[in-house]
Design a protein around this ligand. Structure first.
Ligand SMILES: [Zn+2]
Ligand SMILES: [Zn+2]
Length: 304
């Protein structure tokens, strides 16, 4: 597992996704070329180490480096009465270590991706909070900050993730239908014959994950904007989700086998189903996207 081995919670252990009930590559000729491996993170509330991959706090941060604060001028202007005292300390959202995620293209000389955001709703960001993505070289952190500062203002408690340990699992995903070329989409539609198995059971992996793509069932995907700096396409670094699987019949395939016995709405079920406590958009998901040519270019966050 290397220097930043993922902390395993022995009480809960690894999580396993049920294999697909059928082979999509066989069902729709040509689709096999679009199969891709994504990493389900299977976060579970726990006590992550400061240098490990995890969701929520803490993060490996140099004690002498200023902590990011949100001072979004539009936000404070529009909400002057409600929030007179920006800037607000951001909260850790996730930390991903290169040793755990060889699929992430880290900028040269870095081995930690750290994401922080403002724990308040920003009207001009849609349903997304203002965020920072920091690529860090962990070997340069001589004296880490003991704990992240507590924000003096939490506009939206749903934006503060519970600290979670991760149980990464590699699974195959197929693209959101709008990502596919037209001829393949037509073949897929014909095969589906009005059902929605592909969308909910056989394609996009739900929940918190690294790489792959998102489902765009609320808005159409349309054209994802390119990188602001160089015009290259964006790719998904990390998806956050309000729950790990849909409790609809088709979505239950994504409930880990180890969690199937949990009784709905019990605390044990909630810890598995809504581990981070985050609510993204209207109980949906969102993703941090980075430039496919140069990951150090500014990242974007899209919600559904
Ligand atoms: Zn803010
Ligand atoms: Zn770029």
């Amino acid at each position: 597992m290397g220097l930043y081995g993922v902390v395993m919670d022995d009480a809960t252990g690894a999580r396993t996704t049920e294999p697909p009930p059928l082979d999509m590559a066989e069902a729709v000729p040509g689709l096999g070329a679009y199969a891709r491996t994504v990493v389900r993170l299977h976060p579970r509330p726990g006590t992550p180490a400061i240098s490990s991959s995890h969701i929520g706090g803490p993060v490996l941060w140099p004690a002498d480096e200023p902590w990011p604060h949100c001072s979004d001028p539009k936000y404070s202007e529009q909400n002057r009465r409600k929030t007179p005292d920006h800037p607000v300390a951001m909260v850790p959202v996730a930390q991903l270590a290169a040793a755990d995620f060889p699929e992430i293209a880290f900028p040269a000389g870095t081995d930690l991706a750290q994401i922080l955001w403002c724990p308040s709703h920003h009207p001009d960001w849609g349903y997304a909070p203002a965020f920072r993505l920091i690529w860090r070289d962990s070997s340069t952190v001589a004296e880490p900050l003991a704990a992240p500062p507590t924000p003096h203002l939490i506009g939206d408690a749903d934006y503060v993730p519970r600290p979670c340990v991760l149980h990464p699992e590699r699974v195959i995903e197929y693209p959101w239908h709008e990502e596919l070329p037209k001829d393949l989409r037509d073949k897929l539609e014909e095969w589906e014959a009005g059902e929605s198995l592909y969308q909910y059971m056989l394609s996009i992996v739900p929940g918190c994950k690294v790489s792959g793509g998102m489902s765009w069932e609320v808005t159409d995907m349309g054209e994802l904007p390119p990188c602001d700096v160089c015009g290259a396409s964006l790719e998904l670094l990390l998806q956050l989700d309000s729950c790990e699987w849909s409790t609809d019949a088709e979505g239950l395939r994504w409930a880990p086998l180890e969690d199937r016995h949990l009784e709905f709405a019990t605390p044990e079920h909630n810890r598995a189903h809504e581990p981070t406590g985050l609510q993204i958009g209207r109980y949906s998901h969102g993703g941090f996207f980075v430039c496919s040519a140069a990951p150090e270019h500014p990242a974007s966050f899209f919600t559904q």
